[in-house]
Write a protein that binds this ligand. Structure first.
Ligand code: GDG
Length: 491
């Protein structure tokens, strides 16, 4: 079989443009889970990435200038980029409105954060059409089109309306909600029908796939066949494959980078400045799904109930700015900063500050140094598609002495639960107990658990993920991707 060119379509391109002068721009790599995962895939295979640059059309440099900087980026990265222009109204309604204030909270089971607005839905449809037109303009029969995430659910529907009859795959990076929650969406039939225009739909976990199949059974008459890894839905037009493909990271890249001298030096400096302490690490985009406030309250609970931890632990919480234009995110920032202030105000002593709080994005080296050196990672989202930070922490923890505390509501729990301390992020006392358990865990237990975590992530890395998806998508063959079953809490 001739290898097809891979065409990735996502809301954002993997680069960010910053203006440095009247006509000067600096280009830097984007961050976020999708970019971390798909960057290495395209670097390995080559191909084309279609997406938006993250700034309004009016603020963009000229097309000619963009062509130059993008082609310079292509030479370095080994794949090409095509950008889509969005005007301010489209950004407000399609991106902030429907994607981030309707689908994002709804799919994370946080219905009370949802806004339902017909104008935003209309804009969402128009922008998805725009992406579809761009796909048609820049691809041909030798390409495999792979659309990503909740911002672009309607792309296949728009492609079909434009007469496109080639295979199109879709991967949802965030969770898919259960029927009772999905039903709240005023456009539930349109969204479900649009998903069924893809040939292959990939979810992060078996639970997401089950939720989706539950919605299909309840809201359509289509027959669903198959068991285990992949199901088929027999629509009037085509069979649609539906599978669980837990996303991963480039294990080797994180592991090798953590071993470099620069990272070792930076890790040493971090600990030299916090002598005699175990460092508990939290790293999240500013987002209410990540459970940052609950985590801070749980840490406070641990300090109150386990006084022997005082002066001997530091919580290092990095919060990366995100979606600054959404009012709720500004409120969340204030809430997090209030809690940090309260905890520090209550417990700080001369020579010890319980919470070190960083509100900015950090560079790759600093991130690797924290992963390598922090004794505990506290990753407690209220709901998360996968959570790559958990996997990155283990891949970079080359001394194998870290403990991973992980929310049962992160997709990663299905894979990592046997060797992580699994917690319910809403159970503040339970999280506090897990922090204390990690703090007092003997070295040999830490080492055994971390070794197993690292081995599991190494076996199921990003290359395996992409190959299994493409094998199912292009040749309709199932691969040997291991089944990650539901994580079911035990008493
Ligand atoms: C979505 C889903 C799913 C973060 N801060 C910095 C930084 N990062 C990088 C991390 C990691 C990525 O961003 C965050 O990935 P997550 O998976 O934790 O979360 P989302 O961005 O919400 O991603 C998620 C993912 O898609 C993939 O499918 O796992 O569930 O929500 O790679 O390292 N990187 C740098 N500086 C930072 O300050 N360099």
């Amino acid at each position: 079989m001739k290898a097809k060119r891979l065409v990735v379509v996502s809301n954002r391109l993997p680069i960010v443009l910053n203006r440095t002068g009247a006509r000067e721009w600096k280009i830097r790599p984007g961050s976020g889970g999708l970019v971390t995962a798909m960057g290495p895939v395209l670097r390995h295979r080559g191909g084309l990435w279609i997406g938006w640059l993250g700034i309004p059309e009016n603020d963009c440099p000229s097309d000619e200038y963009l062509r130059d900087i993008i082609s310079a980026g292509t030479d370095q990265s080994g794949y090409s980029l095509r950008h889509i222009n969005l005007c301010k109204e489209e950004i407000d309604k399609y991106y902030y409105g429907f994607s981030n204030e309707t689908l994002w909270p709804l799919f994370h089971d946080l219905f009370t954060h949802c806004k339902f607005d017909q104008g935003c839905w209309d804009a969402y449809q128009r922008v998805n059409r725009k992406f579809a037109e761009e796909v048609i303009r820049h691809t041909d029969h030798d390409d495999y089109i792979w659309v990503h995430d909740y911002q672009l659910i309607l792309v296949a529907r728009e492609l079909r309306r434009l007469g496109f009859d080639r295979q199109v795959g879709f991967f949802l990076h965030i969770p898919f909600p259960p029927l009772d929650i999905f039903l709240k969406l005023p456009w539930r039939f349109q969204v479900l029908d649009a998903l069924l225009e893809y040939d292959l739909i990939g979810f992060q976990t078996a639970r997401d796939r089950k939720n989706f199949i539950g919605c299909v059974r309840a809201l359509t008459d289509y027959q669903v066949t198959g068991r285990g890894h992949v199901n088929s839905i027999h629509t009037d037009e085509r069979p649609v494959l539906v599978g669980a493909f837990p996303i991963s990271i480039d294990y080797r890249e994180f592991n090798d980078f953590a071993k470099t001298q620069e990272v070792a030096d930076e890790a040493w400096i971090i600990h030299a400045n916090l002598p005699g302490r175990q460092i508990i690490l939290g790293i999240d985009r500013l987002d209410y799904t990540k459970g940052i406030s609950h985590r801070l309250l749980a840490f406070e609970n641990a300090l109150a109930r386990y006084p022997d931890m005082r002066r001997r632990v530091t919580l290092l919480q990095v919060v990366v700015p995100s979606r600054r234009n959404v009012e709720e995110y500004e409120k969340l920032k204030q809430e997090v900063e209030r809690l940090v202030g309260e905890i520090n105000g209550k417990y700080t002593e001369v020579g010890w500050t319980p919470v070190h709080y960083i509100f900015r994005s950090i560079d790759r080296q600093e991130l690797a140094a924290y992963y390598r050196t922090c004794e505990i990672a506290l990753i407690t989202p209220l709901k998360d598609g996968m959570n790559l930070v958990a996997k990155e922490y283990c891949a970079s923890n080359i001394e194998e002495n870290g403990v991973l505390i992980l929310s049962e509501f992160a997709g990663a729990a299905a894979q990592l639960y046997p060797n992580a301390l699994i917690v319910n992020p809403y159970d503040l006392e339970g999280v506090a107990d897990a922090i204390y358990k990690a703090f007092t865990m003997p070295q040999d237990t830490r080492r055994m658990m971390m070794r197993r975590l690292r081995a599991s992530i190494q076996r199921n890395d990003i290359v395996k993920w992409v190959n299994s998806f493409l094998k199912a998508g292009i040749s309709k063959e199932l691969s040997d991707f291991p089944q990650m079953e539901l994580f079911v809490p035990k008493q």
